[in-house]
Design a protein around this ligand. Structure first.
Ligand SMILES: Nc1ncnc2c1ncn2[C@@H]1O[C@H](COP(=O)(O)OP(=O)(O)O)[C@@H](O)[C@H]1O
Ligand SMILES: [Mg+2]
Length: 303
């Protein structure tokens, strides 16, 4: 039994990789076996954040068929119980992954053995990014209390919901044609267009409507507000939660509010994770709070 947790953000530079690494350490210190996977194709740098030389086979080798066993990509990090699969930086250009390759990677991730598998997913809302995010119903979105990052996080949630609707439609069906036309026509027809779309699809077929509702219920992203400077910023971040509930009919919860810490710069210069470099910090306290939150609230397991 394992838990797979995708971590996305919409916008880059908000602290996804930093959070993945330190969260991995926190879970490992609590006795869990953790594998971190660098799925940020095109911008793989998870190994750097861990201070590991990128010389062993990673995802790029698997994608380019230089390595056939996915499991053999798992390498030690030097931290007890924490393992890593590096990205594609030794074979750049894998960012535009063909569909069958993506399916193969997703299946291989599900076959790994660990307590927790954390996926550091790329920025943006391309299908590759969203499809990796949808591997598991319980996931994390990192954002920061700045308007651009919050809007990108909102768009990411919206695009994921649209993708879920699309995937619920039968391949090569009339409904998929309708979906594509609807999306190209409604660039922002008012913000309730997702609800409108689902209502129309329900009109086509009641069973289909039920399938869509079920898959949307199954989608439970939790938000991490990183680089927080004060408690007041909760008011800004609450806006994301409110607008998601209002426009997308989706209730999301806050998994953690993580403080801005000046010493993070040193952690990235010396390429050593913050939790290894500093003990008993407010940063460590909030990352430990995040790992507790996950252990308590994330229930979905893969066999
Ligand atoms: N809580 C934090 N406080 C201060 N700096 C942070 C914090 N989290 C991340 N950073 C810094 O922000 C930058 C971007 O972080 P990174 O994890 O690479 O983002 P992403 O993976 O989302 O692109 C890095 O320089 C990192 O050291
Ligand atoms: Mg990153």
């Amino acid at each position: 039994m394992k838990q797979i947790i995708p971590i996305a953000s919409g916008k880059g530079g908000v602290g996804k990789t930093t959070t993945v690494v330190n969260l991995g350490i926190s879970l490992a210190r609590k006795g869990k076996t953790v594998i971190l996977i660098d799925l940020d194709l095109g911008e793989s740098n998870l190994h750097t954040a861990l201070g590991i030389k990128n010389i062993k086979p990673g995802l790029g080798h698997f994608i380019n068929k230089r390595e056939s066993s996915f499991e053999s990509l798992v390498q030690e990090t030097g931290i007890d119980k924490l393992y890593l699969i590096t990205g594609d930086s030794l074979f750049p250009g894998a960012a535009n992954l063909p569909y069958f390759q993506k399916k193969k990677i997703i299946k291989s991730i599900k076959d790994l053995t660990a307590d927790y598998i954390l996926l550091d997913i790329g920025s943006g809302s391309s299908y590759n990014v969203v499809d990796f995010f949808l591997i598991s119903p319980e996931s994390l979105i990192v954002t920061i209390p700045e308007t651009t990052a919050l809007l990108n996080a909102y768009s990411f949630i919206k695009n994921s919901l649209y993708r879920l609707v699309y995937l619920a439609l039968p391949p090569r069906s009339e409904e998929r044609v309708f979906f594509n036309n609807f999306c190209t026509q409604s660039i922002e027809k008012g913000e309730n267009s997702l609800t409108q779309l689902i209502k129309t699809l329900e009109g086509f077929d009641k069973d289909l409507g039920e399938r869509i509702h079920k898959s949307m219920m199954h989608f439970n992203p939790h938000i991490i507000f990183n680089m927080s400077l004060s408690d007041d910023e909760k008011l800004i971040t609450d806006k994301l939660i409110n607008i998601t509930r209002k426009n997308l009919d989706k209730k999301i919860n806050t998994a953690a509010q993580i403080p801005w810490v000046n010493e993070m710069r040193r952690s990235s210069i010396v390429m050593k994770p913050y939790l290894q470099l500093y003990q008993d910090s407010i940063y460590e306290e909030s990352i430990n709070g995040l790992s507790d939150y996950i252990m308590k609230n994330f229930k979905f397991t893969f066999s």
